[in-house]
Design a protein around this ligand. Structure first.
Ligand SMILES: Nc1ncnc2c1ncn2[C@@H]1O[C@H](COP(=O)(O)OP(=O)(O)OP(=O)(O)O)[C@@H](O)[C@H]1O
Ligand SMILES: [Mg+2]
Length: 239
């Protein structure tokens, strides 16, 4: 029995001569938050694209709850529980928050989409904004709506690409708390790409460091932070 909810095995994505990813092995346990860090162009976003099925693999496979999903399209993977947030692109400005979340749930084929939406809104403290039009939300609230749309249908894995970008310190902490709560209450597992090191090291159970499409360090946050190669490649300037 495989204890991982998600695994990538020897995943590679090459664009002509550019090895955006080259031999990436990642694991994610149930309810775990794994932070993905690395310099610009290291391949962090490409890993998420590879897992969600947005980019075709050059090599390797993606395994969700023991099932090889490498041959499936992005929509099928979402149906099986691999979800990502898209930072606003999926929001309709003129529609109230609750309606949007219900619609997203309905489109997922959830049997009781009203209940599903309500639970998501509750979890993200969006109930009081249920009747507010998305275009009238503050930036931080819009980000929470993004997250809500990614959470309909109770995904197994949530992938977030720089969700804290543009948020105030207070809003970032708030979002981090919600993520942490989700992992314990809903047993959602999270892959978090984030440049804010305080956030990453503050909430991750494990951290993986990328450089030039490869994993250069992975494991316990404290050990990763202390790793000389990581400090040199990435944290050097900040440390
Ligand atoms: N469609 C594409 N065609 C060619 N090369 C690409 C394509 N998409 C990404 N790349 C290259 O793949 C590499 C990894 O890019 P990626 O966007 O995954 O990095 P990243 O770690 O997310 O960086 P950032 O922190 O800036 O978001 C880079 O060298 C990038 O130029
Ligand atoms: Mg990126």
């Amino acid at each position: 029995m495989n204890q991982y909810i998600l695994q990538t095995e020897d995943v590679a994505i090459h664009y002509g001569g550019v090895k955006a990813l080259d031999g990436v092995d990642l694991t994610l346990e149930k309810g775990q938050i794994r932070g993905l860090i690395g310099p610009n162009g290291a391949g962090k976003s490409t890993v998420i694209d590879a897992i969600t099925g947005r980019r075709k693999l050059t090599r390797g496979r993606v395994v969700l709850a023991g099932e090889d999903v490498s041959h499936l399209g992005a929509v099928e993977r979402r149906m099986r529980g691999l979800s990502r947030s898209f930072q606003r692109t999926s929001i309709f400005g003129g529609m109230p928050v609750r309606k949007q979340v219900e619609l997203a749930s309905y489109k997922m084929g959830v049997a009781d989409s009203a209940d599903d939406a309500e639970a998501v809104l509750q979890e993200l403290d969006l109930i009081r904004l249920g009747n507010t039009l998305a275009e009238d939300l503050g930036y931080g609230e819009q980000r929470r709506l993004d997250l809500a749309l990614a959470l309909v249908g109770r995904p197994k894995v949530l992938m977030l690409d720089e969700p804290m970008a543009g948020l105030s310190v207070k809003e970032s902490q708030d979002l981090a708390q919600h993520l942490k709560a989700l992992t314990s209450r809903w047993e959602v597992s999270v892959l978090l790409v984030e440049h804010d090191m305080d956030v990453v090291f503050g909430i991750s159970d494990a951290v993986t460091v990328f450089e030039l499409g490869r994993v250069i360090a992975s494991g316990d946050p404290a050990a990763v932070r202390a790793n000389p190669r990581v400090r040199e490649a990435y944290l050097g300037s900040a440390a």
